[in-house]
Design a binder for this molecule. Structure first.
Ligand code: 0O2
Length: 210
């Protein structure tokens, strides 16, 4: 295997480019003063230690990382409401700067842990000085509540290395259901929330103008 810095360079390039592109989608909604289904976007290249851990756990040989580990480059798109997720996925399907390889719906099919999110794996072409390189990128689309739960669970997972004590496992499952109910409740008052947000956005514009 070549050195890690060289191996990860196209992944870093892809994350940097896609962060700008996906944030740009949000910017366009703002310009049109429409509700943006995208609240914020984050991205990261998986740390080397996590790549090695995952390869070890899943029995992926290091020379097969490029084809078998789909989330070395990862982007996350956070939405306010569950109903925003589908339009965001549609926007991704319509783009012609990458090709969708796979979609995994962990919202209608939540994981045993309680995890919910919509995953879209894309093949993204990066222009390197050595030529074009197509790399796999995983885009996770989730609500703020799903993100809150996943972030907490992920840090606990790190502490317990996936072996949760029974009481914590149960609490996390209950917390996942509470996050799901929070999403449902927010959906029911979505109209009210959006009206208030549009009002505050107009006020801010007026203050900036005058
Ligand atoms: P990190 O630190 O986010 O990079 P598998 O992990 O075996 O279930 P696979 O094939 O790796 O499945 O792909 P999948 O299911 O799409 O999951 C990849 C990523 O989704 C994970 O990356 C997490 O980011 C997220 N994810 C999946 N399941 C869970 C979960 O139960 N809890 C949390 N918090 N996140 C989850 P990594 O490599 O685990 O971690």
């Amino acid at each position: 295997m070549q050195n890690w810095e060289q191996f990860l360079a196209p992944y870093k390039q892809a994350v940097d480019e896609l962060k700008i592109k996906l944030k740009g989608m949000r910017g366009q909604y703002e310009l049109e003063s429409n509700h943006s289904p995208i609240e914020f976007v984050t991205g990261r290249v998986k740390p080397i230690a996590s790549i090695l851990d995952k390869a070890n756990q899943k029995g992926i040989p290091l020379d097969k990382l490029e084809t078998e580990m789909q989330d070395i480059a990862g982007l996350r798109m956070m939405c306010q409401f569950v109903d925003d997720i589908k339009p965001v996925v549609e926007l991704l399907r319509k783009r012609n700067d990458f090709e969708i390889v796979e979609e995994r719906n962990y919202i209608s099919h939540k994981k045993a842990s309680g995890y919910r999110s919509y995953h879209v794996v894309v093949r993204y072409p990066v222009q390197m000085i050595s030529g074009e390189k197509k790399i796999l990128v995983e885009i996770q689309i989730r609500t703020l509540a799903m993100n809150f739960w996943a972030t907490i669970e992920h840090s606990l997972n790190y502490k317990y290395k996936g072996q949760f004590p029974e009481d914590i496992r149960l609490r996390l499952q209950r917390a996942a259901e509470a996050a799901f109910r929070l999403d449902e409740e927010m959906s029911l008052i979505r109209g009210e929330i959006q009206e208030a947000q549009a009002f505050f956005a107009r006020m801010k514009e007026l203050q900036q103008d005058g």
